[in-house]
Design a binder for this molecule. Structure first.
Ligand SMILES: *[C@@H]1O[C@H](CO)[C@@H](O)[C@H](O)[C@H]1NC(C)=O
Ligand SMILES: *[C@@H]1O[C@H](CO)[C@@H](O)[C@H](O)[C@H]1NC(C)=O
Ligand SMILES: *[C@@H]1O[C@H](CO)[C@@H](O)[C@H](O)[C@H]1NC(C)=O
Ligand SMILES: *[C@@H]1O[C@H](CO)[C@@H](O)[C@H](O)[C@H]1NC(C)=O
Ligand SMILES: *[C@@H]1O[C@H](CO)[C@@H](O)[C@H](O)[C@H]1NC(C)=O
Ligand SMILES: *[C@@H]1O[C@H](CO)[C@@H](O)[C@H](O)[C@H]1NC(C)=O
Length: 222
């Protein structure tokens, strides 16, 4: 009410000239109320916008932290032409420790995801469903997933059937390059605001399965 006073005083001066001014002055205060609400609304909107930019929802990280070998069988024969194997077979159960880390101030509700182990991009050796996963604000969650992987590959006329790589040679040499893939999609619910956003993260982890030591080595997630 205090800032009103000078204006009200000014109108009193003019009220000498116009007799109907007293009524106008009181209705002025009433007309200002929507202006205050509008200003408050705009300030709130700007606040929310700044909040949204500063605390932008981010995708959680979705990676394999460690992979161990639970069981492993493999074979390769060397009766193929050129001294190389004519076929190779590999069966294993890999146990992957997967971490989902949520960098947001607010919980993440992930959908079900599928984690795959592939050889050379195209040959899917095995897959497993994980989730649904919920990770609290700025927390992380560990999942342990056992994935059965296996493939039998034949060599016909010097090239492997259905594989874009050197599977038979890799099995023979005892070191098989594998890729762990997956896609995790879910909702980030920012704390204190009604903001929710869908965020998706891809897993892409390269590793080498050493058949003689029965260990997964050189695990690198990109
Ligand atoms: C792997 O499993 C397949 C089918 O389950 C089987 O045909 C193959 O002989 C197995 N290979 C080894 C080395 O155990
Ligand atoms: C490996 O072979 C053994 C015996 O043949 C079998 O009991 C086991 O289930 C096999 N493991 C895998 C992962 O295929
Ligand atoms: C996710 O998987 C669980 C079981 O693990 C199942 O009950 C649920 O229906 C699945 N949700 C979706 C959206 O597929
Ligand atoms: C393998 O090569 C021979 C001769 O080069 C050809 O006759 C035969 O069709 C080939 N087989 C396949 C499966 O490509
Ligand atoms: C397979 O091995 C051969 C011989 O070392 C190489 O020339 C070729 O590029 C390899 N293929 C793949 C897909 O790695
Ligand atoms: C695989 O493991 C064996 C036994 O531990 C080791 O001698 C070999 O160097 C390993 N292979 C590679 C490529 O690291």
């Amino acid at each position: 009410m205090f800032p009103e006073d000078p204006k009200a005083a000014g109108q009193h001066h003019r009220s000498d000239l116009e007799p109907g001014d007293h009524k106008k002055s009181s209705s002025n205060t009433c007309r200002k109320l929507p202006v205050y609400f509008l200003t408050l609304f705009v300030v709130l909107c700007i606040g929310l916008l700044v909040f949204g930019i500063v605390v932008r929802p981010k995708a959680p990280s979705f990676q394999m932290a460690e992979v161990s070998v639970k069981s492993l069988n493999y074979s390769s024969d060397s009766t193929g032409g050129g001294g190389g194997p004519s076929s190779a077979s590999l069966n294993a159960t890999l146990v992957a420790r997967i971490t989902v880390s949520n960098p947001n101030f607010g919980r993440f509700e992930g959908d079900n995801a599928t984690v795959r182990v592939v050889y050379s991009g195209a040959l899917v050796l095995g897959e497993k469903k994980v989730g649904p996963v919920r990770v609290w604000s700025r927390g992380s969650k560990r999942l342990e997933v056992a994935i059965s992987v296996g493939a039998s590959v034949r060599v016909v006329n010097g090239s492997e059937v259905g594989v874009n790589g050197n599977f038979t040679r890799d099995v023979r040499l005892g070191l098989v390059r594998l890729i762990g893939q997956g896609r995790l999609s879910g909702m980030v619910y920012l704390m204190g605001s009604g903001v929710k956003r869908r965020k998706t993260e891809e897993m892409n982890c390269e590793m080498k399965l050493n058949l003689t030591s029965r260990l997964v080595q050189d695990l690198v997630c990109g």
